[in-house]
Write a protein of this length. Structure first.
Length: 117
């Protein structure tokens, strides 16, 4: 399974951004899709995740501002980020847990989000 993500960039505080991620390959099924972020010098942290059954989990800082969604037919998922704050600055990574002859996990390449005050 190969994962490619897009989006990110430089925005001002209060602006919005959308990140997208697409998984491709053959003969696999997806168990969950997620988004993580990591600021240099800090640990990677979960932002939001969505399962194949549509169950969604947000961490506290994402609730009310970020929305995770998916287009299952295209193995694509999104992170809509609204009202961005300078503290949201980080490298954002998408993550997919899948089944292909066994359990697997793959990550996107990461995209930098920078929020100016």
């Amino acid at each position: 399974v190969h994962v490619v993500e897009s989006g990110g960039g430089l925005v001002q505080a209060g602006d919005s951004l959308i990140l997208s991620c697409t998984a491709s390959g053959s003969d696999f099924s997806i168990n969950s899709m997620g988004w993580y972020r990591q600021d240099p010098g800090k640990q990677r942290e979960l932002v939001a995740e969505i399962t194949d059954t549509g169950k969604i989990n947000y961490v506290d800082f994402a609730k009310g501002r970020f929305t995770i969604s998916r287009d299952g037919a295209k193995y694509t998922w999104y992170l809509q980020m609204n009202d961005l704050k300078p503290e949201d600055k980080a490298d954002y990574y998408c993550d997919v847990e899948f089944w292909h002859e066994g359990p697997g996990e793959d990550w996107g390449q990461g995209n930098r989000v920078t929020v100016s005050s």
